[in-house]
Design a protein around this ligand. Structure first.
Ligand code: TRP
Ligand code: ZN
Length: 531
C-alpha cells in the first residue's frame, strides 16, 4: 500500500515537474518560530526535485549571533605543496589551506594526517553555549613550521601543541597554528584547541536548502549536528575533508535530563550530579562531515541485527511505539545490501529521529539523522545504503557526490525490487525518471557545481545512470561491478574515474562508453534497449 503510494508520489511529482506546474516551495520550513530570524538562506528557486532530494528542512529557530559564516570559495592563495590525497584528480593542488577540492578549495589542509579527534565538550542547551577542548592526534606528512585547521566562529582561548602553548591566527575558516617548536616530517604531534561561545550555523552554497553544522531547534529544545558538506568546522577544529578520515572520542556533557546521541558506541555515561557526560567512541575511520551530536529528550530502543550488529535507535521520548515499526526492516535491509556489496562496515547502526518536520535526512556515520516527517521506507533504505557508499567509501572530491547520492538513490529501488518485484516500483520509477531527465535535459552528474550539488543531476540522472549500466551489462556483471567497486575502495575514497575503471574492467569498453555519456555529456543518452 505504502509502496504504491510511494510510486504514485514519485510519478506524480515527476509529471508535475515535467509540466512545470508545481509551485516552487515558498519556504523550506514547516515550523518556523515566529519570533526569531533564521540563518537559512533563501529557498531554492528551482522546482522541487522528484524524489529523495532533501527539499524541506526545519528552519532554525535560533537567532544567529553574527553573520552566518560563509564557506569561502576563493582559490587558495598559499603556494602549492605536495599532494596528500590518495586519489587526487589531476587538477587537484593541495596547500596549507586546502586539499584542492574543485568545489571547495579551502576545505581540508595539507601537511598532516589526523588519526584521532577527542572532543571534550560541555553544552548548555538553553543558551546554546558550548565550552570545549578538541584534541587532535596527527602525523606530519612534511616538515611543518605552521599548519592549518578549518574552524569557523567561536572564541579560542588557548592552543597547545605537544603541551606547549602555540601561536595562532584566524582568517575566515582558516585557523593557522604555529607551534613553539617546528614539527619534523613524519612526527606524531598532538594539538589541543580550547574554545567557547555559541556555534554559528554555516551557510554553504552547496546546500541552499538549509544551514548546516551545529544547529539548535529552539521550540523543540534540541540540538542536532548535520554538516554535509562543510558544517563540521562550526563546532570543532578539524581537517574538514573526507580525504583525511580519523577515529573519534566525543565526551559530551549536558545538564540533566538531556540525552546525547552521537556516532559509534556509547562507551560510558558519567553522572556528575547536575550534569551527565556521554562518552561516544567512533572506532572506525570517519569523515568530519559525518560526525553528529544530538542533544534532547530522546529515548533509546535497542535490538540486535544480523551478525550481532547492535541497532540502537533514538526516538523522541515517549514515542518509541510510533516510530519503531518503520525502522523494523532495517535488519533485513542490512542483510540485503550486504549480499550485494559486502559486510556492513561498522559494529552499530541506528537512527535518531528529531521531533521536527523536514524532508531531508542525513547519513551521519552509524547514526542517521531523520526529521520525524522523513521517516519512510525509501529514506530509511537510502540513509542505510550511505553507510557503505558515502561513509565507508567516500567521494574523493565533492564533485564526485553522485558516487554517494546516485547509488543511495538507486539501491532503495533494488530493495523494493527484492521485496515487491521489479514491476511494482523499480521499473515504473526508472521509466518516469527517464521521461523527466530527457524532457528537462537534466545535466550530467559528474560535472556538477555548487549550484546543483544535491539536485536532479545527482538524485535523478544519477540512479538512472546505474540503471542504464545494469540494462546494458546485465544483472550478473552489474552486481559484480557494485561489489568489486565497494571492496576495492571501502574505508577510503574513490573518484568517478575509479568507478568507471572498475565498470570497464568487468563490463568492457561498452560500459565505459555508456558511463562517460551518462556522467559527462550534456546530451541525455537514449534509454538502453534490452533483449
Ligand atoms: N546526504 C543527504 C541525503 O542523503 C543530503 C544532504 C546533504 C543533507 N547535505 C545535507 C541533508 C545537510 C541534511 C542536511 O540525501
Ligand atoms: Zn543521500
Amino acid at each position: 500500500m505504502k509502496k504504491i503510494l510511494t510510486a504514485l508520489l514519485i510519478l506524480s511529482a515527476l509529471l508535475a515537474l515535467a509540466a512545470c506546474q508545481e509551485e516552487p516551495q515558498a519556504e523550506p520550513t514547516e515550523a518556523p518560530a515566529a519570533e526569531v530570524e533564521s540563518p537559512t538562506e533563501a529557498p531554492p528557486t528551482e522546482e522541487p526535485p522528484p524524489t529523495e532530494e532533501p527539499t524541506a528542512v526545519p528552519e532554525l529557530t535560533e537567532e544567529p549571533m553574527e553573520e552566518p559564516t560563509e564557506a569561502p570559495m576563493e582559490e587558495p592563495t598559499e603556494e602549492p605543496m605536495e599532494e596528500t590525497a590518495e586519489e587526487p584528480a589531476a587538477e587537484m593542488v593541495a596547500s596549507q589551506s586546502g586539499l584542492g577540492d574543485p568545489l571547495y578549495p579551502l576545505l581540508g589542509n595539507a601537511g598532516y594526517d589526523v588519526q584521532h579527534y577527542t572532543i571534550d565538550l560541555e553544552a548548555e542547551p538553553q543558551g546554546n553555549t558550548i565550552a570545549a577542548t578538541t584534541t587532535i592526534d596527527a602525523q606530519a606528512t612534511q616538515a611543518l613550521d605552521s599548519f592549518n585547521l578549518d574552524f569557523a566562529g567561536l572564541e579560542i582561548s588557548e592552543i597547545t601543541v605537544d603541551g606547549e602553548t602555540a601561536e595562532f591566527s584566524r582568517d575566515g575558516q582558516e585557523l593557522t597554528v604555529t607551534p613553539a617548536t617546528a614539527i619534523a616530517d613524519g612526527a606524531a604531534f598532538t594539538t589541543a584547541v580550547t574554545y567557547s561561545g555559541v556555534p554559528e550555523p554555516i551557510v554553504d552554497p552547496g546546500v541552499p536548502f538549509t544551514a548546516i553544522g551545529w544547529l539548535r531547534f529552539l521550540d523543540e529544545d534540541i540540538i542536532s549536528v548535520i554538516s554535509e558538506p562543510s558544517g563540521a568546522m562550526s563546532w570543532f577544529p578539524n581537517n574538514n575533508h573526507q580525504l583525511d578520515k580519523a577515529t573519534y572520542t566525543m565526551r559530551i556533557t549536558v545538564p540533566e535530563p538531556y540525552v546525547v546521541a552521537a556516532n559509534g558506541e556509547l562507551a560510558e555515561t558519567v553522572d556528575n550530579g547536575d550534569t551527565t557526560t556521554y562518552v561516544w567512541e567512533m572506532d572506525d575511520l570517519m569523515a568530519s562531515y559525518l560526525a553528529t551530536v544530538n542533544i534532547g529528550a530522546f529515548e533509546r530502543d535497542d535490538t540486535i541485527g544480523p551478525d550481532g550488529i547492535l541497532l540502537r535507535n533514538y526516538y523522541p521520548a515517549g514515542r518509541i511505539d510510533e516510530f519503531a515499526p518503520a525502522f523494523e526492516p532495517t535488519a533485513e535491509m542490512i542483510e540485503f545490501f550486504s549480499s550485494i556489496l559486502g559486510p556492513y562496515p561498522y559494529d552499530v547502526y541506528g537512527a535518531v529521529v528529531l521531533p521536527v518536520d523536514g524532508d531531508f535526512a542525513l547519513e551521519t556515520q552509524t547514526l542517521s539523522v531523520f526529521p520525524q516527517s522523513a521517516v519512510d521506507e525509501m529514506t530509511i533504505a537510502h540513509e542505510l545504503m550511505h553507510q557503505w557508499l558515502g561513509n565507508s567509501l567516500s567521494p574523493a572530491t565533492w564533485q564526485d557526490i553522485w558516487l554517494n547520492e546516485g547509488f543511495s538513490a538507486y539501491f532503495p529501488f533494488l530493495w523494493d525490487e527484492h521485496v515487491n518485484g521489479p514491476e511494482a516500483n523499480l521499473l515504473p520509477a526508472m521509466g518516469a525518471y527517464y521521461e523527466f531527465v530527457a524532457g528537462a535535459q537534466v545535466p550530467p552528474p559528474a560535472t556538477v557545481g555548487l549550484d546543483n550539488l544535491f539536485a536532479e543531476p545527482i538524485y535523478v540522472r544519477g540512479p538512472l545512470t546505474l540503471h542504464a549500466l545494469r540494462l546494458v551489462v546485465g544483472d550478473e556483471v552489474f552486481f559484480d561491478i557494485m561489489g568489486t567497486y565497494y571492496e576495492r575502495f571501502a574505508g577510503g575514497t574513490a573518484s568517478t574515474a575509479d568507478f568507471i575503471d572498475v565498470a570497464a574492467e568487468l563490463g568492457g569498453e561498452d560500459a565505459r562508453e555508456l558511463l562517460n555519456a551518462w556522467l559527462y555529456e550534456a546530451e541525455v543518452p537514449p534509454f538502453p534497449e534490452t533483449e
